[in-house]
Design a protein. Structure first.
Length: 329
């Protein structure tokens, strides 16, 4: 099957040697493939009809695809560029917090914020590597799919842990309780997501439901904090930013994968179901093969959600240091 697939590579100019290029050689020219010319394990988007890279079986050849346009280009750079920017922000973060809070800045508080930024960097970078290697081989794609899921879960744990740290700053018992809850939920999610049996496309919605369910569990500590201290405290410890974060992720999910009727009462389904998942390419197949397809939109909303959470943490640390534990008693 792969021998037949490789015949679609067309080298530029007459080759110096007969046969296929060696795995570590850079191709002089790459002919992109359509959806009928790729192996089933590619798990292609059925509405993206062209722009697929040939099978590489080589990381140098997959990395070389950064230099030309294909249907994974925007998926790669929509997370690679923000990852680099966030890494630069992390290098400036300590000086920023020291300038704002001086000697009052506690080392553990800085570590919590720093870990959240780094978890975002890792999540975005691993995603970019995964999309880069999607044309490598079935074995490599499967391995990096697991890494991608692990990066997402790690970022989610970082978001929960950092938000809870400042939300229950003066109630360490509650903070540790909810930290335990998110560790248990994330571990259960990881056992499902990292099991190769559930990597197939038929499990995609179940995987996404696991992420959404874990994210929605954030409403438990938010409601608890509301009951203890009221809305004013929640407003100041970053909760509006965290709610915006959740909204951004749900909007991104809508574009990429989730039919709204799966999340709304059935009596609305007759109308909502007319909107297919993977918008806009599902409405105009082949028109968004390179630019503007739903997975890139999802990437953009994920990046915005990470930035919203970091903004919430900076707001929370300002409020915590200015108010102390006066209202948390």
């Amino acid at each position: 099957m792969f021998d037949a697939f490789l015949r679609f590579r067309v080298p530029a100019g007459p080759p110096k040697e007969q046969g296929q290029p060696k795995p570590n050689q850079q191709p002089q020219k790459t002919t992109l493939l359509n959806i009928t010319q790729i192996p089933p394990w590619y798990d292609p988007n059925p509405y993206i009809l062209s722009g697929y890279r040939p099978l590489s079986n080589s990381w140098p050849r997959s990395l070389h695809s950064w230099t030309y346009l294909h249907n994974e280009t925007t998926n790669i750079f929509s997370h690679l560029i923000p990852a680099v920017i966030l890494l630069l922000v992390h290098g400036w973060l300590y000086e920023y917090l020291r300038a704002r809070h001086g000697a009052n800045l506690k080392q553990f508080d800085y570590i919590v914020v720093s870990a959240q930024v780094l978890s975002g960097v890792i999540c975005l970078f691993v995603s970019a590597v995964y999309h880069t290697g999607l044309n490598h081989s079935e074995r490599v794609v499967g391995a990096w799919l697991g890494c991608d899921y692990a990066g997402i879960l790690g970022c989610m744990v970082g978001c929960f842990a950092s938000g809870l740290h400042f939300g229950f700053y003066c109630r360490p018992g509650l903070k540790w309780f909810y930290w335990g809850v998110i560790v248990v939920l994330s571990s259960m999610n990881a056992m499902f997501l990292l099991n190769p049996r559930f990597n197939g496309p038929e499990w995609r919605r179940a995987r996404l439901a696991g992420f959404i369910g874990t994210g929605l569990s954030a409403f438990a500590p938010i409601a608890h904090a509301w009951a203890l201290w009221g809305p004013v405290c929640l407003w100041n410890v970053g909760v509006p930013h965290y709610l915006l974060e959740g909204l951004l992720l749900l909007i991104g999910c809508w574009f990429w994968e989730v039919r709204p009727s799966a999340l709304l009462p059935t009596y609305l389904g007759w109308y909502i179901d007319r909107t297919k998942r993977r918008f806009p390419e599902s409405k105009y197949p082949g028109k968004f093969d390179i630019w503007g397809h739903s997975h890139t939109t999802w990437h953009v909303f994920v990046t915005l959600a990470i930035l919203a959470h970091i903004a919430g943490l900076l707001s929370a640390i300002d409020y915590t240091y200015s108010q102390g534990c006066l209202i948390h008693t």
